[in-house]
Design a protein around this ligand. Structure first.
Ligand code: HEM
Length: 366
């Protein structure tokens, strides 16, 4: 199965990597105030990322000595790497007074501000660390996060988790999948290296340790699927500004046609509603601003009222978290999609660049 290298890459894995089919996203709170305990966790995790991404057991699932506890939990044994990527994020809390790292905090990095339409639940928000585990086999992603959590015992505890299935974005060379509202998602996502350079990779200015890294914004977005499913197709297409089947903008015929946001119909009304999701999010209407989206569908089964509990694990990467804040400030106040979604979880994380072999993620911080 597909295997990605961990050490010595220009950029962290799991960002520009074409999205794998499944994703397990977990955030953690640090329970230690000891900088060397954090340092040692990052070193253990880095070494483990390399072993897991190669498709190996972390230690052994079947020790020779009968009294020994297995160091690997064993459920991914024989499955192979399955394109596993592990992406580590450091939350703003890593740079507060606890660890003496305040001088390393990038000036642009802080908790996200309150945004319009936020309905965030405390239990689904924040986190000092994040791990995004993506793979083409969900059990491989689960195993990686499970065994990494074991390595964090005594230092960090899980804060919130989303089990994502089915990619809802497209990367380089990929076809566009559909999200749970039935629309193609990822059509106008960033795909070129030039855009990645301009909008995603940190240039190391202000904090040299971030050079080649990026910022990760994670939002757990609940979809009111039952309401959506009673809406007529004409309105669903108005909400996105795109055709449901082909994914074409309402002003075009092909999926990749450039939307014409100024075009009007015979009555003088805009063909793409100015409050359509794509009209508000498009770079043409935001001073050229873009982000890299890398989202997944999720479901938590049924909620307490018997409705399907599902939505989008929105994951996005950018060189400055303000890119997300700018877009979501607009979308949160005017997006026609808001009737059908609620942002219930949120986190922002600095993703350091990949270390060389023999080093660990975030080593330059200490
Ligand atoms: C475009 C779905 C949330 C930013 C799109 C498209 C769909 C979609 C179907 C059109 C196809 C494409 O170009 O990818 C959704 C759903 C969401 C959601 C279902 C929530 C459940 C967000 C959020 C942001 C965002 C929170 C950023 C704050 C964008 C951007 C585009 C886009 C930048 C490209 C617009 C363009 O250039 O035409 N989204 N989206 N989306 N979305 Fe979302």
């Amino acid at each position: 199965t597909l295997q990605y290298p961990f050490y010595g890459q220009a950029h962290p894995a799991g960002v520009a990597t074409p999205p794998q089919r499944h994703c397990l996203f977990m955030t953690f709170d640090l329970t230690t105030t000891d900088a060397s305990a954090l340092q040692s966790l990052l070193a253990r995790w880095s070494a483990a990322f390399d072993v897991l991404m190669a498709g190996h057991e972390l230690g052994t699932a079947d020790p020779d000595r009968p009294h020994a506890v297995p160091t690997d939990t064993g459920e991914a044994t024989d499955l192979g790497p399955n394109g596993l990527t592990l992406t580590l994020g450091l939350g703003p809390g890593v740079f507060d007074d606890r660890f003496g790292l305040a001088a390393r905090k990038p000036a642009k990095f802080d908790h996200l501000p309150a945004l319009p339409s936020d309905q965030l639940q405390d239990a689904l928000t924040g986190g000092d660390l994040s791990i995004q585990a993506c793979a083409d086999d969900p059990q491989v992603a689960f195993h990686a996060v499970r065994d990494l959590s074991r390595l964090a015992r005594g230092v960090a505890v899980t804060r919130w988790t989303v089990m994502g299935f089915g990619r809802a974005s497209a990367g380089q060379g990929q076809t566009t999948p559909r999200n749970l509202l039935g629309f193609k998602d990822g059509t106008r996502n960033i795909r070129s290296d030039a855009d990645l350079g301009q909008f995603v990779w940190h240039d190391g200015q202000d904090q040299a340790w971030m050079k080649g890294g990026t910022y990760q914004v994670a939002r757990k977005i609940h979809m009111h699927v039952e309401n959506w499913d009673t809406d007529r197709i004409e309105d669903q297409e108005r909400v996105f500004g795109r055709d449901k089947r082909s994914g074409a903008p309402l002003t075009g015929t092909g999926e990749f046609d450039t939307p014409d946001f100024a075009k009007t119909d015979a009555s003088g009304a805009r063909v793409i509603d100015p409050q359509a999701h794509v009209a508000l999010a498009a770079h043409e209407n935001n001073g050229g601003l873009k982000i890299l989206r890398r989202s997944y569908n999720f479901t938590d089964g049924m909620d307490e009222t018997g409705q399907i509990d599902a939505g989008l694990l929105f994951l996005a990467y950018m060189k400055d978290p303000a890119q997300f804040v700018t877009l979501q400030t607009r979308l949160g106040s005017s997006d026609a999609l808001n009737e059908y979604i609620s942002h219930v979880g949120s986190g922002v994380f600095a993703v350091p660049p990949t270390p060389e072999r023999g080093h660990f993620i975030g080593e330059a911080l200490f």
